[in-house]
Design a protein around this ligand. Structure first.
Ligand code: DGL
Length: 262
């Protein structure tokens, strides 16, 4: 496997770009293939069995295409499919999960909020995470149905997103959470809007940097670090034109987006 092959990064949509940003900051020399499974956005309301099968299909297609490693840049896909994906591929796989463990260590008043999709919060994996690392604190798990897809379709600054945030953040503010975990990779796009709705000094935690560090460790251990030229290919299972406007805005430049079917 040549080290110049791309690292594949995938999400249900454009949330994983927040992880890609951290990856490119830490490992700028790598080539990347970013896949947004927009045709099936949102993942957060889909049955677990669907997400497992879809995740395995995507992983197999990415391996066939020559990816040297895979980053599941989606908490929901990780919760439903990480184990099945690892079993289905020989590639190094980096998965991410809500930062409950660091949040439980950071909180001063013992109240932690977790924002994530319904599917993530209902998963066994999330229950285990809380049971193993956050038993001593109060964890307020706030599901945010509609938030990821509204961010994508209406824009992070839209009134529709503002309305959803008003509803989802109010319980965390009322309970006095001093740490809020962004447990969905779409939510860092609205981090400032979340912070505005919480008391000053509330810590927001996202996992992009930790994922980038873990990717570096894994590639290094496999002898696959470096070798690229910082190339980026962006692909979607939906209509490229539909995601392009948002992508251009996020990158602050005109980007090429191709259609890709796993
Ligand atoms: N960005 C995804 C996550 O991290 C899921 C958003 C969705 O498709 O519901 O959970």
């Amino acid at each position: 496997m040549p080290a110049s092959q791309p690292i594949a990064v995938f999400d249900s949509g454009l949330g994983g770009l927040t992880v890609l940003r951290a990856l490119r900051e830490r490992l700028p020399q790598e080539n990347y293939f970013y896949f947004a499974d927009t045709r099936f956005l949102p993942y957060g309301d889909k049955p677990e069995v669907f997400l497992r099968e879809r995740g395995v299909l995507i992983a197999e297609a990415l391996a066939r295409q020559g990816a040297k490693a895979m980053v599941i840049a989606c908490n929901t896909a990780t919760a439903a499919a990480a184990e099945a994906i690892r079993a289905a591929t020989h590639l190094p796989v980096v998965a991410l999960e809500p930062g409950v463990k660091p949040a439980a260590q950071l909180t001063k008043n013992g109240v932690v909020g977790v924002l994530a999709t319904t599917r993530t919060l209902h998963s066994d994996r999330f229950q285990r995470l809380v049971g193993n690392h956050a038993n001593h604190v109060r964890v307020l798990a706030q599901a945010c149905p509609g938030l990821a897809d509204t961010i994508e379709h209406e824009g992070a600054d839209s009134p529709a997103v503002g309305k959803l945030l008003d509803a989802y953040i109010a319980p965390l503010a009322a309970a006095g959470a001093d740490v809020v975990v962004l447990g969905c990779t779409h939510y860092p796009w609205v981090a400032e809007a979340i912070a505005r709705r919480m008391p000053a000094g509330t810590v927001l935690l996202d996992t992009g940097e930790a994922v980038a560090r873990q990717t570096e460790r894994l590639l290094s251990a496999a002898g696959l670090l470096g070798g690229g030229h910082g190339q980026l290919t962006l692909a979607t299972s939906g209509a490229p034109q539909q995601v392009k406007t948002t992508i251009d805005r996020l990158f602050a430049q005109t980007m090429h987006v191709e259609h890709w079917e796993p």
